[in-house]
Design a protein around this ligand. Sequence first.
Ligand SMILES: [Zn+2]
Length: 551
Amino acid sequence: MIGVIANGVEHSAIVEFFELFKTPWEFWRPGNRYDVLLCSNSPVPENDARLLLLYSSQQQAFERCRGIKTQSVRGHQFVSFRGERMPIYGNCLLFDGQGDKVLLHPGTNSAAAISMASGGRAVVRLGFDLFEEVLHLLTKGQPAELAGIPTLELHISLLRELIVRQGVPLVEILPMPAGYRFIVCLTHDVDHPRVRYHMCDHTMFGFLYRALIGSVIDFCRGRRSLPQVVTNWKAAFSLPLVFAGIVKDFWNQVDWYLELERDFASTFFVIPTKGNAGVDSEGRTKRKRASRYALTDIADDLKKLLSANCEIAVHGIDAWRDSAKGRDECQDVQKITGTAETGVRMHWLYFDSQAPATLEKAGYSYDSTIGYNETIGYRAGTTQVFKHAEVDHLLELPLHIMDTALFYPSYMNLPNDRARAAMLPLIENVTRFGGVLTINWHDRSLGPERLWGDAYLALLRDLRDCTPWFATALQTVSWFRRRRTASFVRIAHDGNSVRVQTATDPAAADLLALTLRVYNRASSSHRLGSKENGMFEDFTIDGSDEVLVAA
Ligand SMILES: [Zn+2]
C-alpha cells in the first residue's frame, strides 16, 4: 500500500494518476502503516515505510540536512530514465555529489533524482512535481514536437520500478484485458461520404487539382505510382458521370471498410447536421467546416454498419461549446443507433478546457477528441482512457494516429513507407505499456485522390501480428470504466493474498476480464514473468466480485 501526502490542489491529479497506475494507495493517515510513502512537496511525517519517495522541485529538508548541492532549472527540461528521454514540463531541481543517480539531466550531467539508503530503508529524492506534471499532461497536453513520448506512462513506469526494485510487494490491475497485450480502436470520421455532394464547391476543386496536377507532381517526386496517377485521372474525368448518378461514387468507401475490418471492430463518427459550420474558440465561423450531408443521405450506409456491429458515434459540430446543441447532436444519432450510451469526437478536433463538462452535460459517455491535427502521438502523454478533472462520468479515449496528419503536405507529409515507420513506435509503446491505440482513418481516404488504402492495409497487418483486442470505442471505454470501478478490498502485507472487488453491474459481465499483476511475492512457488521491473505473476480476475491470490 502506498501512502500519499500532498497539497490539496494536487488531489484530483493524484486520484486520476492512481486510476491509470491502478495499485492500492490512499492519502496518508496518521497511525497507518505503509510500504511506500510518497511525499509530494510536503514535510515527511513520522513513519516506518520501507521506501520513501520525495517528489518536489523545491528545496527540501532532505538535501539541506545532508548538505547536498542543488541547482534549479526552469520549465521544459529533459531527464533521462534508463536512457530514455522524459520531458519535465515544470521546474526541476538537480542534485550533485551524493547518492545513486536514478534520473540524469543530460543538459548538465547532474542527477534529477537520487536514491540512498537511510536507516534501513531507501529514500528516493526526485527533483520535480509528479502531480503537477500529470495535471499538465491531462489538461494542457504536450507540444506537437514531443508528441511521440508517452510521458505519463513513463512516470508510471518509473514509480513502479522504484517500488519493485526495492523488493516491496506491489499489486496492480493492468491496463489491458486478460489475454491481450493492448486494445486497438479503429475509428473513421465521416466528413465526406460522397463526392457528389460537393458539386462546384471548394472540396471538388481541391479534389480536381490534387487528382490531376498534384498526382503528377507526386509521381515525378517518386511518391505516387503510375497506376495511382491513372486511377486519379480516371476518377477526375468520371466526375460528371458520378454527379449524374451513372457511375459509383468513389468517395463511398463503406463496403471496402467493412471488408477490411470484417474480423475486427470499428467505430464511425458521423456529423448530425448538414450545412452547420459551428464556431471556433474565437467565435469565428469557417464555412468549410460545415458538412454537405444529412444523416438521411447516408441512411443505407448506417444500416449496413449497424448490421455489421460497427459503432456509430457523433462527429460533433457545436457539442464541445454548447451542451443544449450537444444534446441535440447526440439525440439525432441516437435515433439511428437506438443506444443509450453515445460517444463523440469533435469535427476538426475543436476543444477547450470547458469542453469535457459541456459534453458530459449534453449526455455523452465518452469523448475521443484529445489528439493532434498536425502529428501523431500522445497529446495527454498516455495510452490509456482517462477522466478529465471537471467531470464525473465522461471518459476520454485519446486519439493517437490520424491519416491526414501523416499524409497532408502541410502536416507530416510522409510517403507510405515512412508513414509506416512513424506508426511502428506507437505500436511498440502500446505493446510495452498496455492501453489502447486509437486510429482515425477518414471515410474517403481509401478512394481517389488520397488512395491511402495501402498504408491502412499495412497498418492493419502490423497490428494483427500483435494480436490485440480490436474493440469499438464504446467497448474500449466500457472496459476501462470497469477497471476504474475495481477496488482493492484487502491486501495482506506480504502480498500473498489480495481481494479485489469489481463492478457487479451485469453489463460489465460481457467485457473481457481484468488482470491482477503481483510483484515480489514473499513465498511464490512459481514465477511466471519477468520484465525490466522484476518478477511478477499474473492472475485473471474473472469473477464479478472478487479474486483471492493465495500463497
Ligand atoms: Zn471531421
